[in-house]
Design a protein around this ligand. Structure first.
Ligand SMILES: *Cc1c(COP(=O)(O)O)cnc(C)c1O
Length: 512
């Protein structure tokens, strides 16, 4: 046997210490990124299932037949709960992917290839139409797969998409329309049936992105308008098992109406001297662990278990909603559907009565709650979507809802009347530390910064320095978000790339 260089217990102890620096994944303190069922037994089952298939290669379900059985079981469950069992318009088939982004990427690639196949040899570039609230995964998909992303402004007060505005964008070059159920930024349930009614007669594909909310909305206690595959004209739907399916990260489902449509999703080649490659997803070799974990969870919970857990998240959402409605200076944006909420300043009040949602989130953070700050955005029509704070509510939130409510109220009391961080003033101040001043910043935005220059700017902004855990986020995020809003988008994007790249870069080797 190979001798270990280090004692396994020692390695795991080190990992434990590293994990202690992470944001808490359980207990409801972090209201984004993590989806805690609150059921330790479910987590244990998922871990045991993942371990059983640890050595399996999910690449080939004919060699590893357990993969085929679990995938078929999960797709069958998703098809049932999302009302895809009736065959009108084509039988609903599906694929298990590595996550929401991959499901969305594949939905776009498939729609593009279906569109192209119907227009053999066309030199035209296809378009993807969606409300501006659509998840950034579709920006990524448009970039990766060469579509023009055509974002339709939403109502700036409510975040709601307008079907007529979407209809006006439709044309023969539109390969796909995407709506959300619900949208991440504002928890808006987009008007799926109305949009389907204008897409279907034109033969335009329609994807419902239910990545975040799908497995919660399917069991939501309130009556909802039809939003899933029950709507004729919906051609595909994505829903993440690693969100309200409570599975560990790395598993989502993409359902597609019509076998022939779905076959465009596949990549296949025999044109190399190795094994024939036939991939329904982006990856080649892939883990079966997240699939097995999700499958085990679905087997354990079934529909009644999902309904029970969703009920807890729904009750917690209700509690938080009424807390927020009672806080002077804040408003819940629009008409949220499902276990998400977005909170903005109540601009109807005088400034001294308003609560800036980013200062509020920073104050809540001091009390041990991590809410998610979202930047404001100017839409193509010039209207401005406000900056907001996002809360993802999970079943475990119910156990802390009362305590959280108290903290949300006192955080608001602590910052009421404090004006939002003035991003332009911040940029002007920082510009004095940058060669060329404010003009220098604008020039930097268009120059295509190299990594040294980008790191220099980050350092001037006080956002770079330290190693490892010391490079964690600053205590107050409101100024960071104000910078994100005030700097030119391409510059912010470049700086964030530099920051994230440097976070994982190993320290320079000691010179000898
Ligand atoms: C989370 C999410 C995605 C992307 O999913 P990942 O699992 O993070 O890759 C897509 N759409 C919506 C609405 C989401 O909330």
């Amino acid at each position: 046997m190979t001798a270990f260089r280090r004692d396994p217990a020692d390695i795991l102890a080190e990992l434990g210490r590293l994990r202690a620096g992470d944001a808490p994944t359980h207990g409801g303190r972090v209201l984004s990124y993590v989806y805690d069922s609150g059921e330790a037994e479910l987590d244990e089952l998922a871990a045991a299932a993942a371990r059983l298939v640890q050595p399996v290669n999910g690449l080939d379900p004919t060699t590893f037949t357990s993969v085929a059985a679990m995938e078929s079981g999960l797709v069958g469950f998703a098809r049932r709960v999302f009302h895809g069992e009736r065959d009108e318009g084509g039988v609903v088939v599906g694929t298990i992917t590595s996550g929401g982004t991959e499901s969305c990427l594949l939905a776009v690639k498939t729609a593009r290839d279906v569109w192209r196949a119907a227009r053999a040899g066309t030199p035209r570039v296809p378009r993807l139409v969606a409300p501006v609230t659509v998840h950034a995964a579709f920006h990524k998909a448009a970039e990766y797969f060469g579509l023009v992303l055509d974002l339709v402004p939403v109502d700036p007060a409510t975040g709601a998409a307008t079907p007529s505005a979407i209809e006006q964008r439709l044309g023969d070059d539109v390969a796909l329309v995407v709506v959300s159920a619900p949208s991440y930024p504002f928890a808006t349930l987009d008007p799926v049936a109305d949009v389907a009614a204008v897409c279907a007669p034109r033969g335009i594909a329609l994807h419902v992105d239910a990545c975040i909310g799908g497995f919660a909305l399917a069991f939501w206690p309130d009556e909802l308008p039809a939003w899933d595959l029950a709507v004729p004209g919906v051609t595909s739907l994505s829903a993440d098992l690693h969100k309200y399916g409570y599975a560990p990260k790395g598993v989502s489902v993409l359902l597609t109406r019509g076998r022939d449509r779905q076959r465009h999703q596949y990549f296949a080649t025999t044109a190399w001297p190795g094994y024939p490659v036939v991939n329904p997803t982006m990856t080649g070799s892939k883990p079966a662990g997240p699939l097995a974990a999700a499958w085990a969870i679905v087997e354990a919970l079934g529909e009644p278990g999902f309904a029970e857990l969703t009920g807890r998240a729904a009750r917690a959402t209700g509690v938080l909603r009424s807390t927020l409605d009672g806080i002077e200076g804040l408003r819940v944006v629009g008409d949220p559907t499902g276990p998400l909420l977005a909170v903005a300043a109540d601009e109807g009040l005088a400034p001294e009565h308003r609560v800036d949602p980013h200062h509020w989130a920073d104050a809540a953070r001091e009390a041990g709650w991590q809410l998610q700050l979202q930047p404001g955005l100017t839409q193509a029509d010039g209207t401005r979507l406000p900056h907001t704070t996002h809360l993802t509510v999970t079943p475990v939130t119910e156990t802390v809802a009362a305590e959280l409510s108290v903290s949300l109220v006192s955080a608001a009391d602590a910052v009421r009347g404090t004006p939002p961080v003035d991003g332009d003033a911040l940029v002007a101040g920082l510009a004095t530390q940058v060669p060329g001043g404010a003009q220098g910043l604008v020039a930097a935005a268009s120059a295509g910064l190299d990594s040294e220059a980008a790191a220099g700017l980050l350092a001037a902004f006080g956002l770079l320095g330290g190693q490892g855990a010391e490079r964690a986020l600053p205590d107050r995020l409101a100024p960071v978000l104000a910078l994100v809003e005030a700097l030119p988008g391409p510059l912010t994007e470049r700086l964030l790339v530099e920051l994230l790249a440097r976070v994982v870069e190993p320290p320079a080797a000691a010179s000898d």
